[in-house]
Design a protein around this ligand. Structure first.
Ligand SMILES: [Zn+2]
Length: 299
């Protein structure tokens, strides 16, 4: 690792970064989920020397197209794929994997029924792909969406289910779906937005962008109850990099486009929240119990 001291600030050169032996895998559904949802966590661990990987199920074929981005319905999936790789580079992601399934669209839209839609692919096939990824990359920590997919997107719910099943299957020598050597990851998390934050966001969103798909949703069905959050990362050091990575996803309206409140934007960027799924939290434990996804691991 190359470190230099400028004034009182310690600078760690990214290019000469030495691996810490920590490996982190983030499993998502669309190109942008990795950046818009949990980008600060990815940036933080990459900056600290972990090998950070993302695995994305679809190419985001039927997402919105932001005005001025130049993409068309025909080019959208290719453009979004490139945005995913480019944002990954900015965040320090070592490997950005894309499975290439078809985006199933928002809940209750005709794209849900497309024969190639991700949610129509047999779950065992999807799980097998994630198991292969886990066995190849050998992450100690994995995170994905909460079981409600953050805001109920069917692809998010599917990705969460697949990642959860794959997490437990990857270390099982009797699992039949992968030829690779078993690898048992140590911790599984669901990335989650505290509902208190969603309520604040909606208050603003319904005023500034009342016609958007998001504004029509019920904030009480979004994010998770604050009491479920077990782990909060302080990512306030990385807000500039996060903003740069968010800007790369030009075809998509970002959470920041719909958050014209500086206080809320700072709150959104300065921390990432998670629910620890495995190992389970001890009975009786309440509130935030960790500030590091690798807490307790001897690596
Ligand atoms: Zn998504």
């Amino acid at each position: 690792m190359q470190t230099t001291t400028t004034g009182r600030q310690l600078v760690i050169s990214n290019s000469a970064r030495e691996s810490s032996g920590r490996r982190l895998l983030c499993v998502v559904a669309h190109p942008d989920d990795e950046t818009f949802g949990s980008g600060s966590a990815l940036i933080k661990y990459a900056a600290e020397g972990a090998s950070v990987y993302t695995a994305c199920a679809t190419r985001g074929d039927v997402g919105e197209i932001a005005r001025g981005s130049g993409a068309t319905p025909e080019t959208l999936s290719a453009v979004r794929e490139q945005e995913y790789y480019d944002a990954g580079k900015i965040m320090g992601v070592e490997k950005s994997i894309l499975y290439g399934y078809r985006d199933s669209g928002m809940a209750d839209t005709p794209d849900n029924d497309h024969p190639n839609a991700y949610i129509r692919v047999p779950i065992d096939e999807v799980v097998a792909k994630v198991v292969d990824t886990i066995r190849e990359l050998r992450p100690q920590v994995i995170f994905t969406f909460d079981e409600g997919g953050g805001y109920g997107h069917p692809d998010h719910i599917r990705a969460s289910e697949a990642a959860t099943r794959a997490y437990f299957a990857a270390g099982d020598p009797s699992y039949p779906g992968s030829p690779l050597e078993p690898w048992k990851p140590s911790k599984l998390y669901y990335h989650a937005f505290p509902r208190s934050m969603m309520r604040k966001w909606f208050k603003v969103l319904t005023v500034v962008d009342p016609d958007s798909d998001m504004a029509k949703m019920d904030p009480e069905k979004m994010g998770v109850a604050d009491e479920r959050i077990t782990t909060r990362l302080d990512t306030s050091e990385y807000t500039d990099t996060r903003r740069k990575a968010i800007a790369v996803h030009r075809t998509q309206y970002s959470p920041l486009d719909r958050m014209p409140s500086p206080d809320l934007e700072d709150e959104f960027l300065a921390s990432d929240h998670f629910i620890r799924v495995d190992p389970p939290v001890a009975d009786g434990a309440e509130g935030i119990i960790e500030s590091d996804l690798f807490d307790g691991l001897d690596i």
